[in-house]
Design a protein around this ligand. Structure first.
Ligand SMILES: Cc1cc2nc3c(=O)[nH]c(=O)nc-3n(C[C@H](O)[C@H](O)[C@H](O)COP(=O)(O)OP(=O)(O)OC[C@H]3O[C@@H](n4cnc5c(N)ncnc54)[C@H](O)[C@@H]3O)c2cc1C
Ligand code: SF4
Ligand code: SF4
Ligand code: SF4
Length: 498
């Protein structure tokens, strides 16, 4: 610290300059104090380092709550967000390494009407025409099962054009790739979501990768940007119940937080949902995914960051850049330079995806029954014959674990949603079974049980002279939609605890 006022003044001027400079640099980004609170503090990953409060004149450290606290008007400049050690703000961390980027769209009349700018399909056309590939792996709509993806090996550009369009579900693309390799194709373009691309990347580059020492096939990885995909077993019945005829749907599109469904390529959507509305149908694996832009691809293509009917494309490898440039020079696509990309939009979405991992909390609902209150057995588990169709075949809805806590005289039962999508209004019934009679029934309804969430229930056991009575306990669960989804009688014994 200095006593010299001139030095103090120059120090403070320099600090102000630095604050203003960074503020300007962050203009247009959506980083803010609100995001810091949501993504870091409320997600429980704040290290309490106090950096955010240290840099901002209107933030101070609240020692009582162990959190930053606003003491003035926040301008939303995002400086606090960008100093925090737990936020992810570096563009390379958010989007991966790339050589250059473009805004691109097709120049081929038959490809207009593809998902966005038709860049992926046009690149496939170029690659076939130039004999750079002898096959490609794409995902087409199953003709017998509307809007279910089928990964396909194609060998010509007409099929590439037929495969245009996005299907927002997991597609088993690697299976088709391996078939193509076994069938003897040696230069293969592989189109897939970032998770698909990661699989191929691992197979070709990790020490134990199946394709690492297989020199005869070259795979060009064309990655699609991807924020999330949905469980077809869950989302399509929902659409159908909502009056949508899947056989008439020509396009599904996710744009600016909305899922649109079209019967007509040029018309308005016949139905639009917010992504939040459809969140319960999201594939649970997508909650754990942090890669928006297919960071391990040769070429990554998406829609965010470019205008309607255009694509944002990143060339990540030398060959990726050469292919895009040559396809453009030969008139397959039009390209605009890197500066045409709305990079802030891409970074914002990429950030949402990277930090979503912080919000994965295994919610646990703790329920302890008060042994003095007696509820009446009113559960209505549907008889087998009346049960709704279970669309998941042999897949288990719930996995159940139990243990006895002798000290508290409680049977701990934990039920985990193992089905991979939301279970609504889950009715749980626990009862002691003595010969043919049931007693001490206990019932509760859990409004929403998210995929892989666990409910912990403490069911009080009976005692005689302070000794636990080890009886049989029946655990049942049912939902309105699926009827009885779990039923098992447990024979309790003292050694249960071990
Ligand atoms: C599940 C999913 C989620 C997406 N989320 C986003 C997002 O959040 N933000 C964003 O900017 N872009 C997203 N995209 C990418 C976007 O929908 C377009 O695929 C991309 O912009 C390329 O557009 P295009 O016009 O060049 O595609 P087209 O020329 O129409 O080509 C699309 C290609 O994708 C293939 N394909 C379709 N469905 C699948 C699938 N399920 N798995 C593997 N390959 C498939 C087709 O075979 C076709 O070759 C997503 C794509 C998918 C499949
Ligand atoms: S003014 Fe800027 S640095 Fe301060 S809390 Fe708001 S966003 Fe953060
Ligand atoms: S800078 Fe980040 S980690 Fe540090 S106290 Fe603030 S929110 Fe927490
Ligand atoms: S969000 Fe991730 S896991 Fe889900 S489909 Fe997209 S890339 Fe795959």
């Amino acid at each position: 610290m200095t006593e010299n006022p001139t030095e103090q003044e120059s120090e403070s001027t320099q600090y102000d300059y630095s604050f203003d400079y960074i503020q300007k640099k962050l203009e247009g980004k959506k980083d803010s104090y609100g995001m810091l609170m949501k993504e870091i503090v409320r997600a429980g990953i704040c290290t309490e380092c106090g950096t955010c409060a240290a840099v901002c004149p209107v933030l101070e450290w609240d020692h009582l709550t162990g959190q930053p606290k606003l003491i003035g008007k926040c301008t939303g400049c995002g400086i606090c967000y960008n100093q925090c050690p737990r936020t992810i703000t570096d563009p390379i961390q958010l989007m991966g390494e790339f050589k250059t980027g473009y805004v691109s769209n097709t120049n081929i009349p038959e490809v207009i009407g593809a998902q966005d700018g038709g860049t992926v399909t046009s690149l496939l056309c170029y690659l076939f025409d130039e004999h750079l590939i002898d096959a490609a792996v794409v995902s087409m709509k199953d003709p017998n099962n509307p809007w279910h993806p089928v990964a396909q090996i194609i060998t010509n550009k007409d099929d590439a054009i037929k495969a245009a369009g996005s299907i927002y579900c997991h597609s088993q693309t690697v299976e088709a790739l391996m078939d193509a390799i076994r069938e003897g194709y040696r230069s293969i373009a592989f189109v897939g979501t970032p998770c698909n691309i990661d699989a191929v990347d691992k197979m070709t580059s990790s020490p134990a990768g199946m394709l690492k020492y297989f020199m005869r096939a070259h795979v060009l990885k064309i990655g699609l940007f991807c924020m999330d995909s949905f469980s077809p077993e869950a989302i399509y019945p929902f659409f159908e119940q909502d009056g949508i005829d899947l056989t008439k749907v020509v396009k599904m599109d996710i744009n600016k937080g909305k899922f649109h469904i079209y019967y007509d390529h040029d018309g308005e959507p016949i139905k639009s949902y917010t992504i939040k509305q459809l969140d319960k149908f999201k594939s649970s694996s997508c909650n754990f995914c942090t890669d928006l832009t297919a960071e391990n691809a040769d070429i990554s293509v998406g829609s965010v960051g470019s205008g309607p009917k255009k694509n944002t494309a990143f060339a990540r490898t030398g060959i990726g850049a050469e292919i895009i440039e040559d396809a453009a020079s030969k008139g397959y696509i039009k390209i605009e330079s890197y500066n045409a990309i709305n990079l802030n939009a891409v970074l914002f979405l990429a950030k949402l995806k990277k930090v979503s991992q912080y919000n994965i909390q295994k919610r646990k609902v703790f329920i302890v029954k008060d042994s003095k209150t007696q509820s009446e057995p009113k559960v209505e588990t549907k008889p087998e014959a009346e049960q709704a169709v279970k669309p998941l075949g042999s897949r288990k809805f719930l996995s159940v674990k139990k243990s006895i806590n002798e000290e508290d005289v409680v049977l701990n039962i934990s039920l985990t949603n193992s089905v991979g999508y939301l279970l609504e209004d889950l009715k749980i019934r626990i009862v002691i079974v003595e010969e043919l009679f049931e007693k001490k029934p206990w019932i509760t309804t859990i409004r929403e049980l998210f995929p892989y969430e666990t409910i912990e229930i403490g069911y009080p056991l009976e005692t005689v002279n302070n000794d636990i009575v080890y009886s049989n306990v029946l655990v049942e669960a049912s939902t309105e939609k699926f009827g009885k989804v779990f039923s098992k009688t447990y024979k309790l014994a003292p050694q249960e605890e071990k």
